[in-house]
Design a protein around this ligand. Structure first.
Ligand SMILES: *[C@@H]1O[C@H](CO)[C@@H](O)[C@H](O)[C@H]1NC(C)=O
Ligand SMILES: *[C@@H]1O[C@H](CO)[C@@H](O)[C@H](O)[C@H]1NC(C)=O
Ligand SMILES: *[C@@H]1O[C@H](CO)[C@@H](O)[C@H](O)[C@H]1NC(C)=O
Ligand SMILES: *[C@@H]1O[C@H](CO)[C@@H](O)[C@H](O)[C@H]1NC(C)=O
Ligand SMILES: *[C@@H]1O[C@H](CO)[C@@H](O)[C@H](O)[C@H]1NC(C)=O
Ligand SMILES: *[C@@H]1O[C@H](CO)[C@@H](O)[C@H](O)[C@H]1NC(C)=O
Ligand SMILES: *[C@@H]1O[C@H](CO)[C@@H](O)[C@H](O)[C@H]1NC(C)=O
Ligand SMILES: *[C@@H]1O[C@H](CO)[C@@H](O)[C@H](O)[C@H]1NC(C)=O
Length: 327
């Protein structure tokens, strides 16, 4: 642990020099209209992508293999204002966090619910149903499946990670650590635990206010800790949002804050090395990412964006899905 942390200081100097020298091929898959904030993204086994939007409570499906790629609304949620984390937890069954927020009050408890999108019935459309209200959570944001029965939700306001049992519909806090905490006294970004993924018995996470990424080994059936919390910080790292984990356990983290703070995608390797792999241009306002799941696109990182922050702090364009080819 200490070694891992100590290493970060050296790495931060090194990576500042290395930043933005990495050549990647970045292209637009789909441009959404103005006002669309693409918040989170999940790849389907059949090659399509599911994208949640924060400005409207819906899930869009994007078909990247078409030329041009196409998109349509696949699910809407009644009486709600936006959608956040999305994850597959059984084959072709996805869970989605849905928000019903009072404008200007993003931390209003009891305004979130969990919904199920079942796309298993081919050709018969999508079955959309409510799984539960989430009364014990203040701001569920990122979400990952631990297994078919348990979901993990990062609460950005309470600064912890809760496990949701699909059978009981109940949540219970399973991960608590200073590295997950929000900073409710910060004048700017206050969000703690934000993005979350589960890979090879490790829960990976980002903390937006503390500008760090971390991981902890957990018990694969409960999500409770089974090791130390390891964290990576870097001087180039600001306002990290959601991310993807590659097969080798490294992270591809979106940093949507306006340049020069963010507008970057960082690669964090297991040895602690942090590199900026893409910056500015199409990458502005990136919110989350996922690897494609077909043979053709399993080394393509698909990224959702909110369009980039303008000088007044609002979106300067419609969000997108972009593709970052890594090989
Ligand atoms: C980048 O990808 C595009 C679309 O797949 C392709 O047309 C172009 O040749 C690629 N450019 C490089 C430098 O690989
Ligand atoms: C994947 O499945 C969804 C849901 O059945 C369907 O709408 C979509 O067209 C499929 N995508 C491809 C590329 O076949
Ligand atoms: C939407 O909210 C209104 C007012 O709270 C309520 O009357 C209505 O039943 C709700 N509709 C649904 C589908 O939940
Ligand atoms: C936001 O929601 C909380 C909890 O319901 C409430 O205490 C607070 O007054 C609300 N703030 C605003 C600005 O509406
Ligand atoms: C919270 O933010 C304040 C103001 O930026 C800062 O002084 C403080 O160190 C932060 N606390 C933590 C725990 O990061
Ligand atoms: C989830 O709830 C079911 C039904 O009560 C229970 O049998 C199971 O052990 C629970 N799973 C976990 C990981 O707690
Ligand atoms: C991508 O798919 C190919 C073909 O199935 C496989 O050989 C390769 O290992 C996969 N790569 C990754 C990163 O999953
Ligand atoms: C979208 O918003 C941008 C920035 O405000 C503006 O320049 C552009 O004209 C808008 N496009 C449409 C189609 O409204």
């Amino acid at each position: 642990m200490q070694h891992f942390r100590a290493r970060m200081k050296l790495v931060s100097i090194f990576s500042a020099l290395m930043a933005s020298t990495f050549a990647t091929n970045v292209s637009t898959v789909y441009q959404f209209p103005n006002g669309t904030w693409a918040e989170n993204i999940a790849a389907m086994g059949n090659g399509s992508l599911l994208v949640t939007t924060l400005d409207t409570a819906q899930v869009l499906i994007v078909h990247p293999q078409g030329s041009p790629a196409s998109s349509s609304v696949i699910a809407t949620f009644p009486n709600a204002t936006g959608a956040l984390g999305i994850t597959e937890f059984q084959a072709d069954v996805f869970a989605v966090i849905v928000a019903k927020l009072v404008p200007g009050n993003a931390t209003n408890p009891q305004s979130f619910s969990l919904w199920k999108l079942d796309v298993t019935a081919k050709g018969e459309g999508v079955k959309v149903s409510k799984m539960s209200e989430l009364p014990d959570m203040a701001m569920p944001n990122g979400m990952a499946a631990l297994n078919h029965e348990m979901l993990l939700l990062a609460d950005s306001t309470y600064g912890n990670i809760a496990a949701y049992n699909v059978s009981t519909g109940k949540t219970e806090v399973v991960l608590e650590d200073p590295s997950l905490a929000a900073n409710l006294s910060a004048p700017g970004l206050q969000l703690g635990a934000n993005g979350i993924k589960f890979h090879n018995d490790y829960v990976y996470y980002t903390n937006t206010a503390q500008a760090l990424a971390g991981r902890v080994r957990v018990h694969p059936s409960t999500g409770r800790p089974n090791g130390f919390f390891e964290t990576a910080r870097d001087s180039t790292f600001n306002g990290p949002d959601d991310f993807a984990v590659a097969r080798d356990g490294s992270m591809y983290v979106c940093a949507p804050l306006a340049a020069p703070l963010g507008d970057k995608i960082h690669h964090i390797e297991l040895n602690g090395k942090v590199t900026t792999i893409a910056e500015g241009g199409l990458v502005v306002g990136s919110t989350s990412s996922t690897f494609g799941r077909t043979e053709k696109d399993n080394s393509t990182l698909y990224v959702s964006t909110m369009g980039g922050f303008g000088p007044d702090g609002t979106a300067k364009a419609g969000g997108r899905v972009i593709a970052v080819k890594l090989h």
